[in-house]
Each structure stands twice: as C-alpha cells, then as structure tokens.
Write a protein that binds this ligand. Sequence first.
Ligand code: GN1
Ligand code: MG
Length: 357
Amino acid sequence: MKEIISHFASIDKIGDIKPVKVGLINDSYVVRNLNPNEPSWFLQRINHHVFQNVEGLQNNILKVTDHLRKKLAEAGETDLHRRVLRLVPTHEGKWYYRTDNGDYWRVYELIENASSHDKVTPQSAFLAGEAFGRFQCMLSDLPSDELVETIPNFHNIVFRLRQLKEAVAEDKVGRLAKHRHIVDDLLRREEEMCVAERLYKEGKLPKRINHCDTKVNNMMFDADGKVLCIVDLDTVMPGFVICDFGDFMRTAANTGEEDDKVLDNIHVNMEIFEAYTRGYLKTATFLTDTEKELLPFGAKLMSYMQTVRFFTDFLNGDTYYKIQYPEHNLVRTLAQLRLLEEQEKDYDKMREIIKGL
Ligand code: GN1
Ligand code: MG
C-alpha cells in the first residue's frame, strides 16, 4: 500500500494507512500525512470490472470537480478544499496509477473534520436536499458531451430488466427455483416502472447531469451539521433527476437498513421525505412540471431498480456487489422490495406533499 501511495505523494511524509468501509464497489483507505500542515489522503482501488474505462472515469471526475470549484469560487466560497473533492496526480501527472497486476488506484485529498451518515434528521435532510439541488444546478451548464457514460445504461430500467431476464433464463448457480415469486413480483410492475424511459423517448422528460449515486452517506457534513460537499463522483453522468431524488429517498427516508433482515423495520420516513423535498425544491429551480410530478415515482423507481439489480446479482452468483455473507444479495433484495411496497402504500401521501410544496 505504501508503495502505491508513493506514486502520488512524497514517500517521507506517509504515515498510518487504514481501510475504511464505504460503498459496495471500490476499496478505500485513509492515508495519514505526517506533515500536519498538509491534507491527508483518501486512497481508492477503482473496481475496473465495474468501471471499465478508467481513463474516461478519471477525466469525468476531473472535469466535474474543476467545474464545481470554479462555480464555488465565483460564488465567493473560500473553504474550497473542503467544499469539493480534489484529485491528487501521480508524479508523472496522471490521475490514476496502474500496477503491474492491472489494478487501478487513485488518490483524493482527504476532507478533514468531516463525516458522512447513514441516517439523517429532518433538519439535515433539508440541508441535503438543498445541497443536491445546488449540485445539479452547478453542473447544469457543463456540456454533457464532455463526459463519458462511466457505466452505460446505468439507471436505465429497461436495460436492468433485460439483465434480470437474462439471469433468470440462465439461472447460472441454480438459485432461481426457490425465489421465482420475486421475479413475478418484479415483472408485474414492469410497464409502470418503464414510464420515465418512455417519456424520454417521446421528448417529454429531459436528461440532465446527475450524480447517479445519491445515497445519503455520499454527502459530507462538518461538525456543526452543515453540508460540506458531495462525494463519490464515479457515476456523474446524464440521467433523470427523479433518479437522484429517488436514490436519496431509498436510503435516507427508510426507517430500516438497505439490507435489513427484519422487514417490519422498513417504512417510509415521511418527515425525511418532506424535509428533503422542501430543500431540494428550493434550489432545483430548473425542474419542469413533469419532473416535479414524477418525484414520488422516482422514489419508487429507485427502490425497484435496486431490487432488480440486487436480485440479478444474487441469481448470477454475486459477481457485482461486495457481500458479507452468502445470502446477502437476497436479503438486500427482500429489504428493497419491502421498501417499494411501503412506498406504494404511501404514494398518495408523497404526491400530496409535493403538491403542497
Ligand atoms: C453501489 O459502492 P456504492 O455504495 O457507492 C452502486 C450503486 C447502488 C449502491 C447500493 C457503481 O454504490 O449504484 O445504488 O451500491 N454503484 C455502482 O447500495 O454500481
Ligand atoms: Mg458509488
């Protein structure tokens, strides 16, 4: 590890290296800088099976962070090193380092005195809503043809359902028989869930630059509970804003865990839903009426899409998401499906809240 970080930083300054458990895709470490006047580092091994175009991925992140930094500076922000991620180049001036065995690594400056949370209060949900709206606003004039699609069809539910159907047809590891009812449960909702893709084709729903992974813990707060910045920029690419809205609700407005084994823990936290929406509508001033109307649908769509993705991975033998125990992807599937059912029960309430706002 020390050898890897030394391609980015001066070897005589490197202190402790500790793994951190964040996310289901990349491997992350905090590397302490022995020079107390300079920032420490956040080292990541990029999962290049998931992100197959690492060059394109890193270029995206560079463009996005440069753009955000420029916007923040124009708005008079001074604490720039904590308000936006900053990549650290290698000694050769590259934005990633490839080892002889084909692994890819990158380094960010560590954002000090900041933390992310798996649960939020209504107050912090409001601030989070404002922050994600602002994030989309700041990126709205970055030409989207300058970004590559780091994972093609990432939030395209038509594509995700095709992957599910393939997994069902192949049943590679013989896991289908006991769980066929899940396939039925999912496919019964197929037509409804593909409505956004249909509206897009008809020119009624735009794509905008999205974060595409607005999990609640992808946002850093300072010690006073103020939002500092949005992290995990791997999937910033054009998409439907209702998906970013929905992914936050999937993770933050759930009283249970993403992989809760106790399904009765799982309900929609309506207070969080209301608070986030209020914050988001305040800053996301670009939304069309169709987008606003589809926000509660976005919440359902993302729980549905995550159910489809977890279950597809379960059927394929757990090749995509990191798992902690053998049936983890099944447990995740059932928890996300329950969340979807809860959101369906509360759908009219969610729509009322949006109308009221
Ligand atoms: C993955 O690794 P992480 O936690 O940032 C996934 C997201 C899923 C999420 C589910 C590139 O995100 O799309 O919503 O797990 N990222 C990728 O927890 O597939
Ligand atoms: Mg991510």
